[in-house]
Design a protein around this ligand. Structure first.
Ligand code: SAM
Length: 912
């Protein structure tokens, strides 16, 4: 530990306003370098608030204080007003407050090492920056490494941001800015396309993550992880100390500073409430260290010194009101936290065993669900490619066992080895077509790997043109070496960045990317039919039994929603003559954009579940089961280690009592990449089956499968509801933030039209299509991204490696409905399966086969294929989230991961 800090700590009784300057701990620069508000350049502080903190805080104070379930609490945020931040800064100079001292120690020893993971040109965003003296050690190391960095200090108080930023030294390479707002505001700000496109490192120091419950901490980090791109990092300070005395004294210091800091929260509460609800002298602070089944932590409470009445409620002296907790993380708990946040630890620097700084990176194939990240540019970036290749390699090298490579898990299709060669060959062909450069060697691969087979299910003799199948496939190693050369070819094309690739060549690159995306899923659904497929590595096997119990407890009826008549736009315009260089690319079946009038009807909120399908089979005495299921011996627990319970008692579906006997369930399981999961543990998942199977079930359940236009109209309706929700939120908060919103320094006018008070489901007028293509995420309104939907909460892009429960769909505020209100599932919100439509894939006016791959869609206008929308758990967000994307399968094709929801006509409903 550094002497200067200890001296500063020993002056804990420093008067207010006499806090030491950063120079006190700086070793390399003299005081003359310090920038002050009065003499230095203007501070750049960006107001990113979407809501006045005080408004939300008041609501939170009231709900936590007047709670009816559980003990009273007060929000920790109350501690961080301007005075609170100054008191906290003083605490950080105390000897007892080891967290700051240890973290400084780590930073002083390792800052040079730590900043190696932060690339030149990156943004460094510190969440809850407080006093900047610790981060200054990192900034100094970045400066010393001559890295050009934009540092953003995010915190809640304008005055404190001004004061602390003014104390930073003036650097040559590092530019410092402030972000005034909450963590939530920061998350939205990071989605802005201009920001999303930059490399970044998110910092959280001081073990601030420890202030959240463990599950909330994971959600907090995940919220930020989701807006990071591949290669971005997080640096998190986390306290592991579980020495009771050490922890206790850190939060209960001799000088009583921490208790003063906590008591200040009551003053802040009075200000927020606009009344003197708490008389400070009547309250004391109680701190305690706890270590129980939930792990180690310190907790700070308010307790009245005598009987006290607050807002009409009597509080007795024995009552304790928790305002802060500081969780401690063992190595195993930290590991679990990173995993649940979807991040991987790539570096760790510690002070003894107690305090650690952890560098986390986004795994390569962690596809973001935010359009501003996943569809940042019309052409996928090289990072997007690397992520896709990482996913492809996991599936082909780790999940596909070598003995399976020459097999055909689905007899109608090629052997798995074909797809290993097909992906790079197809890409290479497209690249050579547009660049006129020769094929990658061995060029003869183009004759055996160009096109796969997808024969007619009824008559396998009927098959579109495809590559000749050789007597013997080339060796796997040779194919993988070829794959490496084609990938190198792609990397070479990106040498000048995405913008260096001309549009016509870009189309070939894009076609190759989406082709691989689609085949990744095809290969996986083939592998699902094999019992030799290995589970994904590095992903913990889900506890399916527990998940099933949770899903069962959260079930709600599958509601019917009114979908009003509207006119929608289907498809996009993407001229292939290169005239429009910025618009997103689309396949031939997405073009041209066209309008369709859709009548009013009713749709169910979520897809048919496995349980409903089982009831259908049982009631109709059907013998066949869908290909997504398997028959097992009745003792299914032998098949899967997670199936230890006996018989499932059936709940209700759609309000009707279920009558499935255990014997019927016990001999069935659902196929997953983890092996067979007993059907009784997957009852709440969407069922996936052929169109014909699902159409039969839908009719038995009293509905039908929607047409293509109806399904798109449901999505447009959901988009409108989400948009309305966002606007309602904005209209409530805008007046509190100076009548305008600032985003990345750019002012955005509040919505001109006040939100309609009636839900759109009650509207009768035909909606304008604007709602469909409007970006719902207020931070990303850039042109091309209007085509892509925000997939937050959707099970796509490998969020899970299996379908998830859908029977809780539309629950109120605790569920997955649009913030507090039920709504139907929108695009790609089917719990990890696509959505069948009853519309036959057919040629429409204006359809033009694409020049690069003319047979892509045209070969399938045979009247046997139906349109499928959305995406599955294995669909890349670029496809799952694109509002114009269209997929198709033969109506009796049993293997694809497609589910269905019911719709019905309004007239029929009225007649009932
Ligand atoms: C425990 S202090 C840590 C301060 C500093 N990072 C350190 O290590 O000394 C937590 C910081 O986070 C800020 N903070 C707490 N909740 C926040 C929120 N919801 N949004 C933004 N900042 C928040 C506080 O104002 C405070 O500066």
């Amino acid at each position: 530990m550094v002497a200067a800090v200890q001296q500063a700590g020993s002056s804990g009784a420093m008067p207010h306003g006499a806090l030491p300057r950063l120079g006190a701990i700086k070793e390399k620069k003299g005081l003359s370098d310090l920038r002050t508000a009065s003499t230095g350049p203007k501070l750049d502080i960006i107001d990113i608030r979407h809501a006045a903190v005080e408004i939300n805080l008041k609501a939170e104070v009231l709900s936590l204080f007047h709670t009816r379930d559980g003990p009273r609490m007060l929000p920790t945020l109350l501690l961080y007003d301007e005075r609170g931040l100054q008191l906290f800064e003083k605490i950080t100079y105390l000897d007892e407050y080891y967290l700051t001292n240890d973290e400084i120690d780590v930073l002083k020893s390792f800052a040079t090492d730590i900043v190696k993971s932060i690339p030149d040109g990156a943004m460094v965003i510190e969440l809850g920056s407080g006093n900047l003296r610790k981060v200054n050690l990192l900034l100094q190391a970045l400066e010393d490494a001559a890295k050009s960095i934009d540092y953003y200090a995010l915190d809640l108080s304008q005055q404190e941001l001004e004061r602390t930023l003014a104390q930073l030294p003036r650097y040559r390479h590092v530019r410092a800015h402030g972000l005034l707002g909450t963590y939530d505001d920061g998350q939205i700000w990071l989605k802005d396309p201009a920001i999303a496109s930059r490399q970044k490192c998110i910092l959280s120091l001081g073990s601030s993550v420890g202030n959240f419950d463990r599950s909330d901490a994971a959600a907090f980090l995940k919220g930020f992880a989701d807006v990071l791109g591949p290669g971005d990092t997080m640096l998190i300070g986390l306290d592991a100390c579980n020495n009771p005395a050490r922890v206790y004294h850190a939060y209960n210091d001799k000088l009583g500073l921490t208790h003063e800091f906590i008591l200040n929260g009551l003053r802040h509460a009075n200000r927020v409430l606009g009344e003197t609800a708490f008389i400070e002298k009547d309250w004391k602070v109680i701190g305690e260290y706890v270590h129980d089944a939930e792990g180690g932590r310190h907790q700070a409470f308010y307790a009245p010194k005598r009987d006290t009445v607050v807002r009409g409620e009597l509080i007795r002296p024995h009552e304790r009101i928790r305002v802060e907790q500081s969780l401690k993380y063992s190595a195993a708990e930290a590991e679990e936290l990173w995993k649940r946040a979807g991040m991987t630890e790539i570096g760790q620097w510690r002070h003894l065993e107690e305090y650690g700084l952890h560098m986390l990176a986004k795994p390569k194939m962690a596809f973001s669900l935010a359009p501003s990240v996943y569809a940042r540019t019309a052409l996928p970036s090289l990072e997007d490619w690397e992520g896709l290749w990482a996913a492809w390699d996991v599936v082909t090298r780790e999940m596909l066992p070598p003995e399976e490579i020459l097999e055909k898990p689905i007899k109608l299709r090629n052997a798995c080895i074909f797809y290993l060669g097909h992906i790079p060959t197809f890409l290479d062909i497209q690249l050579s077509k547009t660049t006129q450069e020769p094929y990658t060697e061995p060029a003869y691969y183009t004759t055996i790997f160009e096109r796969g087979i997808d024969p007619d299910v009824d008559n396998p003799e009927l098959c579109h043109a495809h590559s000749e199948i050789p007597d013997e496939w080339p060796p796997v190693d040779e194919i993988l070496a070829y794959q490496g050369r084609v990938r190198a070819r792609v990397r070479g094309m990106y040498e000048q960045g995405v913008d260096g690739i001309p549009r016509h060549v870009g189309r070939a690159v894009w076609v190759g990317f989406e082709h691989e995306v689609m085949h990744l899923e095809t290969l996986l659904y083939m592998m699902l039919q094999s019992d030799r497929t290995r589970p994904p590595p590095h992903v913990p096997v889900p506890d399916f039994e527990n998940l099933a119990a949770k899903a069962r407890a959260e079930r709600v009826p599958n509601e019917w929603f009114d979908i009003p008549a509207r006119e929608i736009t289907v498809g996009l315009d993407d001229p292939e003559d290169g005239t429009d260089v910025d618009v997103p690319y689309g396949w031939d079946n997405e073009k041209p954009a066209r309008r369709a009038k859709v009548h009013a009807f009713q749709a169910q909120g979520r897809p048919i579940s496995n349980e409903e399908f089982a009831q259908y089979l049982y009631s109709t005495h059907a013998d066949d089961i869908p290909a997504s299921w398997a028959r097992t011996p009745a003792t299914s627990s032998e098949v899967n280690p997670h199936s230890q319970t006996n018989g499932t008692s059936n709940g209700t579906t759609n309000g009707a009592a279920a009558v499935l006997p255990d014997a019927f369930l016990d001999e069935k399981a659902v196929r997953t990449v983890y092996g067979l999961v007993p059907l009784k543990h997957a009852l709440d998942w969407p069922v996936f089956a052929s169109y014909n199977e699902l159409a039969g079930c839908a009719a038995w359940m009293g509905g039908r499968i929607p047409t293509f236009e109806e399904a798109r109209s449901v999505y447009a309706h959901v988009d409108a509801l989400k948009k309305e929700q966002v606007e309602k939120h904005l209209s409530q908060i805008v007046p509190a933030v100076n009548g305008h919103l600032c985003n990345n320094g750019v002012e955005i006018s509040p919505p001109a039209t006040p939100p309609a008070s009636a839900p759109a489901s009650e509207a009768t007028a035909t909606d304008d299509d604007d709602s469909e293509l409007d970006e719902l995420d207020p931070s990303s309104r850039a042109g091309s991204q209007a085509l892509f939907s925000n997939l937050d909460g959707a099970n796509v892009g490998f969020r899970h490696w299996h379908p998830v429960a859908v029977t809780g769909w539309g629950r109120g505020s605790g569920g997955r409905g649009a913030a507090g209100r039920g709504r139907p599932a929108g695009q790609a919100e089917f719990g990890g399966v696509w959505e069948w439509t009853s519309s036959v894939l057919q040629r429409w006016e204006g359809f033009e086969p694409m020049a690069l791959y003319p047979r892509y869609t045209a070969d399938f206008f045979d009247g046997k294929h139906n349109v499928v929308l959305g995406g599955s758990w294995a669909t890349h967000p670029r496809v799952a989230g694109r509002r114009s994307f269209v997929n198709w399968y033969q109506r009796n094709y049993p293997y694809a991961w497609v589910g269905a929801r019911l719709v019905r006509d309004v007239e029929r409903e009225e007649a009932e």
